[in-house]
Design a protein around this ligand. Sequence first.
Ligand SMILES: Nc1nc2c(ncn2[C@@H]2O[C@H](COP(=O)(O)OP(=O)(O)O)[C@@H](O)[C@H]2O)c(=O)[nH]1
Ligand SMILES: [Mg+2]
Length: 138
Amino acid sequence: MEQTFIMVKPDGVKRQLIGEVIKQYEQKGLQLKAAKLMVISEELAKQHYAEHEGKAFYAKLITFITSGPVFAMIWQGENAVAVGRKLNGKTNHLEADLASIRGRFATDTSLNVVHGSDSLESAAREIGLFFNKTEQIG
Ligand SMILES: Nc1nc2c(ncn2[C@@H]2O[C@H](COP(=O)(O)OP(=O)(O)O)[C@@H](O)[C@H]2O)c(=O)[nH]1
Ligand SMILES: [Mg+2]
């Protein structure tokens, strides 16, 4: 069993897509292990997106991800990391499969509705950044 960190980004929360995202993950058979609505601090945003520091879109990304509430979640299941990437769709909304969350709802590569961990290592790191042990269902 794997766990992955999935987050509805500020654009998705504003557009009332939390329920839609949860529905996709539930219908694909993953189990919800933790969830919370929160505003990301600049410090947490920089830790979460440390790999992108120095890139052209970095400043815009930090501003965007801290611009309003996000809905952070842990989902568990077989191949949860790969399933999450597939359900979310490709980063660039023009390349995302039209059946994926980004393919259906993203309007821009920056405003792409959801985040999903890209590996088991990232998932463990991101889960640790966002959730205490007491917030997770065992
Ligand atoms: N404007 C812009 N934003 C980008 C670009 N690449 C990535 N981003 C943003 O930065 C986030 C993190 O990038 P990345 O880890 O590569 O993509 P992800 O793992 O699919 O979310 C993406 O989800 C986008 O919100 C880009 O080329 N242009
Ligand atoms: Mg990524």
